[in-house]
Design a protein around this ligand. Structure first.
Ligand SMILES: O=C(O)CCC(=O)C(=O)O
Ligand SMILES: [Fe+2]
Length: 537
């Protein structure tokens, strides 16, 4: 009862979050959106108010199910039925975990506008599940995260989490039309509990799409599917071989368990309590460095940093091959490539309320991630050029070791007039996490001594990526020449106008794209082919 009352009382504030989120797709920067959203709750002095309440509301479950009435033709699963659906799902042995039902934090409509579940035409609720794979399957051997969204249509919308290593599943994470057609045509759709049957069928489809879809042998669809399955198996082959080999050599097996929850003792007490419904004010737990844009907080304990580093060094010692996290990083490793995908899933789930609270839109409904270790030391990578991340929201956690230098420089957000204006320098501290939007320009100064390893978690939201804000972002002209610290030799067209290229990076000259021509500042001068513009005078 108390939970329902609290949730209901907080809903007008949630609507504020949502509406501002929509405005942002019409040009108001998401930075003012997130900050206003948090600030909007501040002046209100009544009980159960303030940012913590806003967070709690976001965390709250839909125990009370305050759905609006719908016309009968549009209510195949009524609000009264939803709790039964959830309890049926909880009884299924192939479903390893079922979350609480909660109002959809973000809905992107056909025009790309963003809404909350409470603003959409039909109230909408989300449920997260973990469905089991098959230990002997060539690629579906780890459990898979699935999000069900119950809304206006007869069956819930489905989005798949994880690595998307499945044939026929597109980048927006929806099962293909062929799956839905087959399911609706099959007799199981009308038997038993339709949602349980839907998930059972989804699992069968993911395990063996050819068998499930039963295309006529030799037909064009059957041939296309065979090729697709072969490509997926080939692309995943080496990754899975490494995971299986490393599975026998791991140092800390508890990190690899797909189902057991994260342990409280791995995390700093305050952030653990805050993320798990504690009563602390967010300002007591987080430091806001750039209003609405960059926050940090103590996250992993020193002991857990040590545990993670032991695992990482243990992997390096095996000599097993590892893909590099991205083109700018030569010594890191991708954590899902060594079998830590379930650990990252759990980390992402733990951190989701922070994304939702601070970055409505890019911080909502995360269903994908790219998580990796970056490593800097003498003779290897020393620092990282200015860049934006291919992430909606990034968490960056320092694991150690001892080092000096390595300031993390922040500039503006891509597409904003201050994109290349310096905003803040962060000093990494062991166990602390810094969080920012992926589109915020940042880069790491060179390490001057010692060795640094950080865990970087890039979060992706396929829901947000369907929005106009993501698909058709505004790109405003820069107001004036960039700050020197914000220049990127990899990306900028005027790097050589202001600076000499670092040794070994000269090949980037003339390859930059930033700023695009329509966003040049007054008196913009692109670099010349041979050297800096100044030296060619
Ligand atoms: O080294 C750092 O702290 C920053 C790393 C980073 O921004 C990245 O890998 O995308
Ligand atoms: Fe980055």
């Amino acid at each position: 009862m108390a939970l329902t009352a609290l949730t209901m009382a907080s809903m007008p504030r949630l609507r504020v979050l949502g509406r501002l989120g929509c405005l942002s797709s019409r040009g108001v920067s998401s930075r003012s959106v997130a900050w206003t959203a948090v600030r909007a709750t501040k002046g209100h002095k009544g009980p159960g108010s303030g940012p913590v309440t806003a967070f709690k509301a976001l965390l709250a479950t839909a125990g009370g199910l305050f759905m609006r009435n719908r016309p009968a033709s549009h209510r195949p699963i009524s609000s009264q039925e939803l709790p039964n659906v959830v309890s049926e799902l909880r009884k299924q042995s192939f479903i390893l975990n079922v979350s609480q039902l909660k109002p959809s934090p973000l809905i992107v409509d056909a025009d790309g506008e963003m809404h909350t579940g409470h603003e959409s035409a039909w109230e909408s609720y989300d449920l997260q599940l973990l469905i089991s794979g098959d230990a002997k399957h060539p690629f579906f051997f780890l459990p898979l995260r699935v999000r069900l969204r119950f809304g206006a249509s007869q069956l819930p919308d489905i989005r798949l989490g994880g690595q998307l290593a499945f044939p026929l599943v597109s980048r927006d994470r929806h099962p293909p039309k062929a799956f839905w057609d087959r399911f609706k045509a099959s007799s199981v759709a009308s038997k038993g509990d339709p949602v349980v049957e839907l998930l059972r069928s989804l699992r069968l489809f993911l395990l063996d799409p050819a068998e499930y879809l039963a295309y006529t042998e030799g037909s064009p669809e059957a041939k296309r599917l065979t090729t697709w399955c072969r490509d997926v198996a080939r692309l995943n082959g080496q990754r899975l071989e490494v995971i299986q080999k490393y599975g026998k050599l791991v140092r800390h097996p508890e990190l690899f368990d797909p189902v057991s929850p994260l342990k409280k003792e791995w995390f700093h007490e305050k952030i653990w309590s805050f993320l798990n419904g504690g009563t602390a004010d967010w300002q007591d737990v987080l430091t806001e460095h750039v209003p609405g844009e960059v926050y940090s907080f103590p996250f992993f304990t020193d002991e857990f940093c040590k545990t993670l580093l032991e695992e990482i060094f243990n992997f390096y010692d095996t000599g097993l091959p590892a893909r590099r996290p991205n083109s700018m990083n030569n010594y890191g490793i991708i954590l899902s490539d060594i079998g830590l995908e379930p650990f990252i899933d759990k980390l992402q789930e733990l951190l989701q309320p922070l994304g939702e609270g601070f970055f409505h839109g890019p911080g909502s409904c995360w269903d994908g991630h790219h998580c990796f270790i970056v490593r800097y030391r003498e003779g290897e990578d020393l620092g990282l050029d200015m860049h934006t991340d291919d992430s909606d929201v990034t968490f960056n956690i320092c694991l150690g070791l001892d080092f000096a230098g390595a300031g993390l420089q922040f500039c503006g957000a891509m597409g904003q007039a201050d994109h290349r204006k310096h905003s803040f320098t962060y000093r990494h501290q062991k166990g602390h996490c810094i969080v920012h939007l992926g589109r915020k320009r940042h880069g790491a100064d060179d390490i001057t001594s010692g060795e640094r390893l950080n865990l970087i978690l890039w979060n992706h939201s396929s829901e947000f990526r369907g929005s106009a804000e993501y698909q058709r972002p505004a790109y405003l002209p820069e107001e004036s020449a960039p700050d020197l610290v914000c220049l990127s030799y990899t990306h900028d067209r005027d790097f050589g106008t202001f600076k000499d290229y670092p040794k070994g990076k000269e090949l980037f000259r003339g390859r930059g794209w930033c700023p695009p021509s329509q966003a040049e500042y007054p008196d913009f001068k692109p670099e010349t082919a041979g050297g800096s513009w100044k030296s060619s005078l």
